[in-house]
Design a protein around this ligand. Sequence first.
Ligand code: OSB
Ligand code: MG
Length: 369
Amino acid sequence: MQIKELRLVEIKMPLVHFFETSFGRTYDRTIILVQATDSDGATGWGEVTCGESPGYSEEWTGSAWVTIEKILAPMVIGHEVASAADIAGLMTWARGNRMAKSGIETACWDLEAKRLGVPLWRHLGGVNREIGSGVSIGIQDNIPQLLEKIATEVAAGYKRIKIKISPSWDYDVLKEVRREFPEILLMADANSAYRLADLDRLKSFDEFDLMMLEQPLAHDDIVDHAKLQAAIKTPICLDEPIKSAEDARKAIELSSGRIINLKNGRVGGHTESKKVEAVCRENNIPVWCGGMLESGIGRAHNIAISTLAGYTMPGDVSASKRYWHEDIISPEVIVSENGTITAPDAPGIGFEIKHDLIKKLTIRETILS
Ligand code: OSB
Ligand code: MG
């Protein structure tokens, strides 16, 4: 495989409903799409999954754009590799910037699967065509609003409910949710809003029988998480600090948590996701696919990777209509009444790209060759 051209397209799309985490509220997404074209004219699409500001990680749309343009694209364009699995290797000299790398890398996987005429999920080594789908519900203006949202998602069939928490939206909220929904699979994601000094508070969540508590402590920590895990009953799920298979190995060795939320962008693409999945599977650590409020393209890649054997828990990959008035892929991602998504059987990501809609949403565009 030799990539001849990378086209970057930045689009802006309003969310159907704002999304609030412990680090802030988002109304609109600004998303970089990557279209990779090889020397024979075959193409594939990827998505850079960073936020509009460096709240979740250091990367953000503005930094990813220049990093791809000035640093990563020249490392990839014109370099011959045996397969898409070797694209990440071309970029290892550059540290970090994994979401930017992932935009390129996943586009190359889509391209390769399309060239081979196979669905991406199979090409990645997937085994479960039907994947379990859960939802992530942001911090709301008040508890009744949250309860209403949960009721809607439970009625739609989603397999588990994740709510975002922060020190000003936690114990009382969880208590109300549990009172109203005693049976649901429930979890909470703190996005690093607590410290070990908050141990008593975090321990108090044990009474809610949560499936897991996601990333309670610092975004770059796996040491204090190990201390916390030893002190609470609720399984800890790590998100932010796991940026590679090596990070996963170390966190498992330290017993920093019992579950990993695996995101393509956070680890640099499908090749590294496969490695993290393998390390976790060998160590009996369940993995599930996280989300970053992706457009249909990133969502399609998430569906494909979720079919790997180690992704044993319902992920945060849910229906397009929860995010977008109109998604940029066709058909849109739909979720069955049993809370499952079926990976498409068409080649590559298996969804059509809505070029006209992308054109309408475009803020800037550049072709690198
Ligand atoms: O921590 O998992 C997270 C969204 C943006 C940034 C970080 C996270 C999230 C989500 C939403 O929880 C997942 C989704 O619905 O795409
Ligand atoms: Mg998270």
